[in-house]
Design a protein around this ligand. Structure first.
Ligand code: SAM
Length: 354
């Protein structure tokens, strides 16, 4: 049976953090110091988890971290993942009059049986230039590169890494040449650091032919510096970009996290992911596996579920599937960012996998 939570959401997207080590120390994510690590698992363990979950209705796997390209053998792991075949999710057969509306949440994730798994990667891009083509050849479908300034000095201030900018730009261009497409660039906006980069990123999207997606800063950072005033909101981003060029909204699938816009002249696309000012939890289709093999049902979960412990005790694939069904049944309805009852997540972003 396909995976559904108790709110009727189909779980089709899996994010696997393959390490919680990172070579960057971005201000919105980490402190400037090395913290303790949860550690990571052999790829064979992640592969088994992915195989069981793909058998349960997962159609898309995103590798993340930490920085996933720090792991040796990530190319071989992608090659093995690419052999998995989603089971296919049929839209529910409609008996009521509003069948089209009922089927809508399934449309973006629907895969025909036998169609390849959608394998994506989120990376800071520092090591991507050398690896883009091998990853593409191994079966990677798409890549998202995080880049928070188009000005090299500002980039260094945010990432706390000198000279990273040229590596990342080379990585983006190599990914494009390799055909890792569509290519998205994620920019977390944090007031006081990079809100003046909005228009330069609009220009960048047009010049480089990439989709730049602005992300609202969420309270998942190690330094606990988040406050509502540090968030650069969707409305503010749109207003600033409109000073540069008019935008036209592009219709997007309900399960997509980003609102999408193209420039009116047809050149360039941007997206805005606004979990703080415009939450989209009602359409969440994700679960995450941390680098140490725990399932998290929400970025803001205050607990996680030890899938790897089940494997260590010798659980069969069927027992793992039962465990996963039980975990997904506990998926949170929504996050509570900015509300009086907000409780910080039990892990920060670098140890969850964004
Ligand atoms: N190292 C990889 C990278 O830089 O893309 C993958 C891991 S990183 C944790 C995944 C994504 O989470 C990145 O796009 C990053 O910008 C985003 N991120 C990290 N901390 C965040 C925060 N506090 N709020 C919003 N997004 C955050």
């Amino acid at each position: 049976m396909a995976l559904h939570d108790k709110f009727g959401r189909a779980i089709t997207d899996l994010r696997i953090s393959i390490t919680d080590r990172c070579n960057y120390k971005c201000v919105y994510c980490r402190t400037g110091n090395e913290g303790a690590l949860y550690g990571d698992l052999p790829f064979s363990d992640y592969l088994r988890m992915a195989r069981v979950l793909v058998g349960m209705g997962i159609t898309k796997v995103r590798l993340t971290g930490g920085e996933p390209l720090l792991r040796n053998s990530v190319v071989e792991f992608v090659r093995e993942l690419a052999k998995l075949r989603p089971q296919g999710l049929k839209p529910p057969s409609s008996t009521s009059g509003n069948g089209a509306a009922e089927a809508a949440p399934f449309q973006s994730s629907f895969r025909e049986i036998g169609e390849p798994l959608d394998i994506a990667l989120t990376t800071n891009g520092h090591l991507l230039a050398e690896m883009a083509q091998p990853l593409k050849d191994a079966g990677l479908t798409r890549v998202t590169v995080s880049m928070d300034a188009v000005d090299p000095d500002r980039f260094a201030r945010i990432t706390r890494v000198p000279n990273g900018y040229d590596h990342v730009l080379a990585g983006i261009r190599a990914a494009r040449r390799a055909g890792l497409w569509p290519l998205k660039v994620n920019c977390v906006l944090m007031r006081g650091f990079n809100e003046d980069q909005i228009i330069p990123f609009g220009m960048f999207a047009r010049e480089e032919g990439v989709t730049v997606r602005f992300i609202e800063f969420m309270p998942l950072e190690e330094g606990r510096t988040w406050a509502p005033s540090t968030v650069v909101t969707l409305d503010e981003i749109l207003a600033r970009m409109a000073e540069y060029r008019p935008l036209v909204e592009i219709p997007h699938a309900r399960s997509e996290t980003a609102r999408r816009y193209r420039f009116e002249d047809g050149v360039g696309e941007i997206g805005i992911i606004a979990p703080v000012s415009h939450p989209f939890c009602g359409h969440c289709s994700r679960i995450r596996i941390t680098s140490d093999g725990k399932i998290r049902t929400c970025l803001f979960s205050v607990w996680d579920h030890d899938l790897h412990a089940q494997m260590r005790r010798g659980a069969s694939d069927e027992e793992l599937a039962d465990f996963i069904h039980g975990v997904v049944a506990k998926k949170e309805e929504r996050h509570h960012i900015g509300e009086p009852d907000f409780v910080p997540a039990s892990r920060t972003m670098v140890h969850i996998g964004g």
